[in-house]
Design a protein around this ligand. Structure first.
Ligand code: PLP
Length: 289
């Protein structure tokens, strides 16, 4: 089958996995989610993803009804049912639940929990080796006082609109600026640059999702003895950075060779990015023991 979906504890195939049109996740995007991947069929950085799921849910006054252990049981059962050949992509969706068409959360007494498991798609060898092009889009990242990007929200129109521009430009990703005109994050990943051997990423105060991979890579860089941390970055800074790369759960580390009109690192992935890619692979292998 290769795709399986758990809806509130019952596993379905891809064609009979259905939720109510009165689910507020569908009606309003009222819910949160997580994306994990497996290495050797085991979800990676599970505790960190569950912690973020609970933090996201808490920000919208939603409670995750399952313990980490119970959620893990459902995930493992869904992976087994999907019988994915190779590694799995796992999407957990937690929505407000089913209720009348009103914004009152009290209309939905029971949240909906969906787990989608499907084959994980690796970033292509070409993208990994040669780097990718990122569009610098005109869509502004949500203001933190709007739908705060720190919430991994099912309300993804901001990201989808940014990606429409990236697709139109033939780009791999869409880099958004925030309301202050600072570089913020991409539609599906965090941005890093390397400047004078320092590994830098926009600060959480820029209004972005605190990527699990972002944290993992910052720690990796520090472990390699590199200066690593947050820095406010603007478009003009792109002309003086030596390297750039993206991070996300499904993509790990992807070198970037152009952002909008700015060629980065002479158009080739740089040595610090390569070191981090190698360190990432080693750290994954290490953790799997
Ligand atoms: N930023 C956004 C907007 C994302 O959607 C994602 C992942 O989907 C990320 C960053 C990277 O987060 P993570 O490393 O936790 O996958």
């Amino acid at each position: 089958m290769a795709i399986a979906v758990d809806i509130d504890g019952t596993i379905h195939g891809p064609h009979d996995a259905r939720i109510s049109v009165f689910d507020h996740g569908f009606l309003f995007g009222d819910g949160v989610y997580e994306v994990l991947r497996t290495y050797r069929q085991r979800p990676f950085l599970y505790a960190a993803h569950m912690a973020r799921l609970r933090a996201s849910a808490g920000q919208i006054a939603l409670h995750c009804p399952l313990t980490d252990e119970a959620m893990r049981g459902r995930i493992d059962a869904t992976i087994a049912a999907a019988a994915v050949p190779g590694e799995a992509y796992i999407r957990i969706l937690l929505t407000r639940g089913v209720g009348d068409i009103v914004y009152d959360p009290a209309a939905c007494p029971v949240p909906t929990v969906v787990i989608i498991v499907k084959p994980h798609l690796e970033v292509s060898d070409v993208a990994r080796a040669d780097g990718v092009v990122v569009a610098l889009v005109s869509v502004v990242r949500n203001h933190p006082d709007s739908v705060n990007p720190v919430i991994k929200s099912n309300n993804l129109l901001n990201n989808a609109l940014a990606m429409q521009q990236a697709y139109a430009a033939g780009a791999f990703e869409a880099l958004m600026q925030n309301h202050r005109g600072e570089l913020c994050e991409c539609a599906q990943s965090n941005l890093f640059v390397v400047r004078a051997d320092a590994v830098l990423t926009p600060p959480v105060s820029a209004g972005l999702l605190v990527g699990v991979t972002r944290g993992f890579v910052l720690a990796l860089a520090a472990g390699l003895g590199l200066e690593a941390g947050e820095a406010v970055l603007r478009e003009a800074d792109l002309d003086s950075v030596d390297e750039a790369f993206l991070t996300s759960t499904t993509r790990e580390i992807v070198p970037v060779v152009r952002i909008g009109d700015h060629v980065v690192g002479g158009g080739r992935p740089g040595p610090v990015t390569r070191r981090l890619v190698d360190a990432f692979a080693a750290a994954v292998a290490d953790r799997l023991g």
